[in-house]
Design a binder for this molecule. Structure first.
Ligand SMILES: O=C(O)CCC(=O)C(=O)O
Length: 197
């Protein structure tokens, strides 16, 4: 994984690194995960109504990790060997035990994720979330909770978006539908569950 950060004009707490892993490696990893993970369509409850998530997901974590979102406990899958090297690199870089990764599969531009913050109590008050993108380029939106100012960034294959500090307290983020996108994208959000700081 390359160590150089490319500065972009992102809100405080967000940073973006293009080609954190090479283009070829990112697409090879996309194909392995696409074909080897048992993808699930989970449900979320919003304003009392239960919906299917508009993407497929798989929660990968150490056996002692317990994580719920939208009131639902996620079932843990074991770590695939292809992710162990990346996990170790991220743990060294951020001095943080990344004991879980939520893998998200957006089958095409019709799949999406609405506005939210990753502010589950298990993540602590100032979590570090390291988000690796594989496959199709997708737009990612960041919105300040008070001023509602919005920043857009394109997440390219092999890139690493890091959210830390007060990014979850102060901002929401979303991955909107993009009708013209016909290819799939996998996103790996490395998280540290139960290691609050
Ligand atoms: O797919 C992405 O880049 C965003 C994923 C996300 O926001 C999440 O899983 O919390």
């Amino acid at each position: 994984m390359r160590a150089v950060d490319k500065a972009r004009n992102l809100p405080c707490g967000f940073s973006y690194q293009a080609q954190a892993i090479s283009f070829d490696k990112s697409l090879a990893l996309y194909n392995v995960l696409l074909n080897s993970l048992a993808w699930q369509q989970n449900t979320i409850t919003l304003f009392g109504k239960t919906h299917q998530t508009p993407r497929l997901e798989r929660f990968i974590a150490d056996p002692d990790v317990h994580y719920s979102y939208s009131g639902k406990r996620l079932e843990n899958a074991p770590w695939p060997s292809v992710l162990l090297g990346i996990r170790q690199t991220l743990e060294r870089r951020f001095n943080m035990p990344f004991n879980a990764v939520l893998a998200n599969f957006y089958r095409d531009g019709q799949d999406s994720m609405g506005w939210h913050s990753d502010d589950e109590p298990e993540l602590g008050l100032t979590p570090i979330i390291a988000s690796l993108s594989l496959g199709a380029t997708r737009k990612f939106k960041i919105r300040h909770k008070v001023s509602h100012s919005v920043t857009d960034i394109l997440l390219e294959t092999g890139s690493l978006l890091v959210m830390q500090g007060d990014s979850q307290r102060d901002y929401q983020h979303a991955l909107p539908k993009q009708a013209k996108v016909t290819q799939g994208r996998i996103n790996l959000t490395f998280r540290s569950v139960g290691n609050t700081r």
